[in-house]
Ligand binder design. Sequence first.
Ligand code: PLP
Length: 369
Amino acid sequence: MIYLDNAATTKMYEEAIEAYVDVCKNHFANPSALHSYGMDAENLIKETKKYIGKLISASESEIFFTKSATESNNIAIKSFDGLAITSKIEHSSVYNTFKNSHFDEVRYISNDNYGFIDEDDLKIKLDNKVTFVSFIYVNNEIGTIQDIKNLSKIIKGFNKDIVIHIDATQAMGKVSCDVEDLGVDMMSFSAHKFHGPKQLGGLYIRKNIQGKIKPILDGGYQEVFSSGTNNPPAIYACGIALKKQIESNEYTYIEELNHYLRKLIKENIKDSYIISPIENSSPYILDVAFANIKSEVLLHMLEEEEIYVSSGSACSKGQYSRVLSSLGIDKKYMDGAIRFSFSNEITKKDLDFTLKVLKDSIEMIRRVI
Ligand code: PLP
């Protein structure tokens, strides 16, 4: 199997699975319990918060666990009202949440053909009514790394009280997520994107704005803004996975894989268009469009050879991908985008084989249409 769908989810690290099982077996008490066995489980949560806090230049009391990055994004956005700023290239868990929020108005900042936020448009749209801004850090469809530090400077320079949230789901463990350096107040992440368990998200909330955050689930308020018995096995495994992802030193190797596949496609497949920028882009994600191809058909042809990718076009209800539509891509490419996303289990030999199957499949599709 050649698994090139790591932006959708990753395989859990062995160490994270072992940690998960160990906590299930040996530290299974309710972390809210007052007895020492419960405190034992609670300590694993504290230890993980401490590790993540240190990693992103925050304190343990600024890290909250949620069920997913989707929940984190909901908590962040639904806590505020007034006037918000965001973009059209957000993940649906941000984009759709704005539609269900209490904001009087949501302003969308335009982006260029590579998905970079237009700073001039941001400066024009910032005014005294703006209370909240949310931007995606690493784009999940095309990999663009937004210059958050610079955007924060512009926003805070205009009004330091504007709250900045970023969705760092595709960034955590892969690019620097130092909240002080980035200048953000809230940051969402998700364990299953860095080889941790699914349904375990996190939200960093800067201490001085915690009083403004509204709980998304009422109950025991175990994680203050979310309720329900905490999940020590998943939380502990999340910390172990993040540590291993950080220590993997795989970035350069992933970059090599990305550049290798780019080159293979460019040189061997006619009418292909590399959507992901080469600079300021996460090497983990490579989005490529093939003219006059239906990506779903291509995806299933690759699947027959046990190559798993994602359809970058994600055409739903007759509508093109919001992200691709914002990039001004030629219509002939709009249906044919495929997202390849890497892990360090992939080899160049895997990519040679992927290219061969890709080329044969595209030629076959083009012959019959
Ligand atoms: N934000 C981004 C950028 C994502 O890529 C994803 C997952 O696809 C999410 C949010 C949602 O993450 P979760 O699956 O933890 O809800």
